[in-house]
Design a protein around this ligand. Structure first.
Ligand SMILES: [Zn+2]
Length: 273
């Protein structure tokens, strides 16, 4: 599943190819399973210039003068830049065509979405899918305080609170496991019992790990293709994730796996309290 770093890597990859370009055609072959077909996008977008790209959590935002196209990769979606006329394959559901290139959205499992939000309906941050999202972790200078303040009444395990995404977005399963290891926090700890100094360490770990993943070009999807067609997959060396029974890189104890909310959590029983 693409996570925040993959979406950010995609955004950085496509930005130079689409920003400032006028849309020549829009082709919607099939819409997502979960989301309704947007209004006639050709009518809305042909002849309009794409002004800038942005991202909120795992949603890619393509901004025009009159609104924003929201692209959600879902479980398996990805975007590529291809030459105009490149023949579509079975799972290529959406194209945004510019003069000599097109941006193609491929989504084998069709859980992704392409949606339109008109400026007339208010700021895009108020969109149904975006308004409940937590803060962006990168560049947030009070992340530890937000985590601390937001969890005083929450007895749920810290790992689950991170995955919920309502305090901070973008900390998916891999990044939650790795951040909690780096901060020395047991994933089952009740969020409200974690002190501010420990949240300071956790916030720093989250920010460092996400920034490193972006730097390395994304990490989780084996067939992730960078926007320029190059492979965006780089094998990261995880401390605990997917390393059940292997020795902890810090203390040598076997890494444990537990299941929380139907997701595997990996941790070190000695390094994380
Ligand atoms: Zn250890």
């Amino acid at each position: 599943m693409p996570e925040l770093p993959e979406v950010e890597v995609t955004r950085r990859g496509i930005a130079p190819h689409v920003e400032g370009r006028s849309v020549r055609a829009v082709v919607m072959r099939r819409s997502g399973r979960r989301w309704p077909c947007p209004p006639d996008l050709s009518e809305l977008l042909v002849g309009q210039a794409l002004r800038s790209t942005g991202r909120r959590g795992k949603y890619l935002l393509l901004r025009f003068d009159h609104g924003t196209l929201i692209v959600h990769p879902g479980m398996s979606g990805h975007l590529r830049i291809l030459p105009t006329g490149h023949p579509p394959q079975k799972h290529d559901h959406f194209d945004l065509e510019f003069d000599d290139q097109l941006m193609r959205f491929t989504d084998p499992r069709r859980f992704g979405a392409v949606l339109w939000h008109a400026n007339a309906d208010g700021d895009v941050d108020g969109h149904l899918l975006l308004r409940a999202l937590g803060v962006e972790p990168l560049g947030c200078d009070d992340l530890a305080q937000r985590l601390h303040r937001g969890t005083r009444q929450r007895s749920a395990a810290i790992k689950q609170v991170l995955l919920a995404g309502d305090i901070v977005v973008g900390v998916g399963n891999i990044y939650a496991c790795e951040s909690l290891f780096e901060a020395g926090i047991h994933p089952n700890t009740a969020a409200r019992r974690i002190s501010l100094p420990r949240y300071v360490r956790l916030a720093a770990a989250i920010q460092r790990i996400l920034a490193a993943a972006i730097e390395q070009g994304g990490s989780t999807l084996r067939d992730f293709i960078g926007a320029d067609g190059e492979s965006g997959y780089f094998q990261q060396s995880y401390f605990v994730y997917d390393r059940e029974d292997e020795p902890c890189r810090q203390c040598g104890s076997p890494v444990r796996r537990i299941v929380q909310g139907q997701r595997s959590t990996f941790y070190c029983v000695r390094c994380q309290k």
